[in-house]
Ligand binder design. Structure first.
Ligand code: 5FX
Length: 535
């Protein structure tokens, strides 16, 4: 019997920090519908700001897990009201903000398996949690736990080699260690710990869903090469943790069928598959269809991010993260995150270009590649890459000596060139060597910035509008997992994505650029090394 609905759709959910979105695609990979719920505006009774609660210490950041449950009730209700054809959905997958954790209390499982269609999820799950405030990725209160993990496993590089990243405050294992130390009774009363991604998946299948290896790589608990929990990391983190985490699965796995309550309440078909959910960055990688080693994306937004498909991971204790790939069971992805992005560029635009982007572009286009040997470091915010807590601007002249100021054009070029030199340097440390770059985010509309990007990396830059890349990536992953199930074999993601329109080529690198910028990266590295150690 053919279980595929006619004109099948594939649904991608994105449970992000600030809201829950849905994107539906058809089997030609065309976007057919989008929906969204904003946590603050649509569910004001949870009293979140930007989707979170901040603690008085300025470091603790949490969200109530029931908010994410209520958002799913509301999103599906809105979709139903607008006539969304749930019966055509062949498979659903999803994306979740990375690192956040949800704690199901002992005895909570029947509340999931027995979900009733005539009551809201929110009403049925209000007593399911042993920890009422779920730590999220913005939390940075676990420095003590990070140092303890590094001490137990042989130092930051040893943790990076094992788990893909040195110990980071927001990574879930360190958050779990803090719960053990500060809420021991609640930890003992927990039977399952989920990530935000596997949590929303659990709601859809009405049972505990497994954590996929890609999102699981953001926990400091997974051995990224064996793609399974590391017993040493689990032991160093919390007692009895293996039993509470359940097993991990490849990201293209099917977690189960959609629970009957969603069939009755919203009209999903009985054969609708739920594919494992993953993290938002892994889903964005899928949404931007980065699949070959050397395919990279640079997102220029409030924060700047570079991520890429990788074959050979090179974890670094100094920067970046390596995750298992969400689309290739043998692959990896690397990611470098910057706090100083658009706001820092806007600052220089305001000071040097009178607040005008077109003047900024002219200044950039009228200065020479390499900036006559000038290099600048612009830390308007404490920076993640490299880790620098002290804010400030540091400018160096052609002789490598500090200078007090640059001319307007020099400053504009230095803020843009410096960011790409840093990206090339640090992404290289984790094994990323972009052969092709997809530029996304607000600043990718700026042609002169893209020219510098292409020249610094010596790689062609493409652009494409994929605004909700995590939700789209989740929809693509649903289609991928469904195709693998239909064919009874692993189908390469690229094959499944073959129908997608290619991203447009925007800029090719200048022929002289590779030689010039290889030398500039070395100069940048020397200056950064000297600067970071005395800040
Ligand atoms: C990645 O490591 C992060 O912490 C963020 O990008 C979160 O995933 C945002 F949701």
């Amino acid at each position: 019997m053919n279980n595929t609905p006619t004109r099948p759709l594939f649904l991608g959910l994105d449970s992000s920090t600030q809201g829950l979105k849905a994107s539906a695609i058809d089997s030609d990979l065309k976007l057919v519908a989008e929906y969204a719920v904003n946590f603050d505006a649509d569910l004001p009774e949870f009293k979140t700001s930007g989707g979170v609660h901040r603690g008085p210490d300025g470091l603790t950041v949490t969200s109530p897990p029931l908010l994410w449950v209520a958002a799913l009730d509301l999103l599906f209700a809105r979709m139903k009201e607008s006539g969304f054809p749930f019966a055509r959905v062949a498979a659903v997958s999803g994306s979740g903000q990375q690192h956040g954790s949800v704690y199901f209390k002992k005895g909570a499982r029947p509340a999931l398996t027995g979900l009733a269609p005539d009551r809201t999820l929110r009403d049925q799950l209000k007593d399911a949690f042993s920890v009422a405030a779920s730590p999220v990725w913005m939390d940075s209160s676990t420095t003590r736990q990070c140092r303890a993990l590094e001490a137990a496993l042989g130092g930051p590089q040893a943790v990076a080699d094992l788990t893909g990243s040195r110990a980071y405050e927001r990574f879930t294992g360190n958050q779990i260690a803090k719960i053990v130390q500060t809420q021991r009774a609640n930890y003992d009363n927990t039977e399952r710990i989920a990530l935000v991604s596997s949590f929303v998946c659990s709601l859809l299948i009405g049972d505990y869903a497994p954590i996929d290896v890609s999102d699981g790589s953001g926990m400091n608990l997974l051995d990224i090469r064996r793609k399974n929990w590391s017993p040493a990391a689990l032991d160093a983190t919390a007692p009895g943790l293996a039993g509470k985490l359940g097993s991990t699965v490849p990201s293209h796995s099917i977690a189960g069928l959609i629970h009957g309550c969603f069939r009755v309440r919203f009209g999903f078909g009985p054969h609708c598959l739920v594919a494992a959910f993953s993290g938002d960055n892994p889903c964005s990688l899928a949404g931007l269809r980065l699949q070959e080693p050397g395919d990279a994306a640079i997102s220029l937004g409030t924060s700047d991010t570079l991520f890429a498909a990788l074959r050979e991971p090179k974890p670094s204790a100094s920067e970046g993260h390596i995750f298992a790939s969400p689309v290739d069971p043998d692959g990896y992805m690397g990611m470098i995150v910057y706090k100083n992005g658009s706001l820092t560029r806007e600052d220089i635009r305001d000071k040097s270009a009178g607040g005008s982007w077109s003047r900024f572009e002219d200044l950039l286009a009228n200065t020479k590649p390499g900036n006559g040997g000038r290099i600048g470091f612009y830390f308007k915010e404490p920076e993640i890459t490299p880790p620098v807590l002290k804010t400030g601007i540091h400018r160096f002249g052609p002789d490598g000596k500090p200078v007090a100021s640059f001319g307007p054009g020099e400053d504009v070029r230095a803020v843009v060139e410096g960011q790409f030199l840093s990206m090339r340097l640090h992404s290289g440390h984790v094994g990323i060597a972009p052969k092709k770059i997809l530029a996304t985010g607000g600043a990718s509309a700026n042609r002169a910035i893209l020219r510098v990007m292409a020249d610094v990396f010596g790689a062609p830059v493409h652009v494409g509008s994929q605004p909700n890349s995590a939700a789209m990536g989740a929809a693509y992953r649903a289609f991928h997992a469904w195709t693998c199930r239909q064919q009874g074999r692993f189908v390469p993601f690229a094959e499944v994505m073959a129908a997608a329109a290619p991203f447009a080529l925007a800029v090719k690198p200048d022929k002289a650029a590779p030689k010039l910028y290889t030398e500039r990266v070395r100069a940048y590295e020397r200056l950064e090394g000297a600067l970071v150690c005395c800040l």
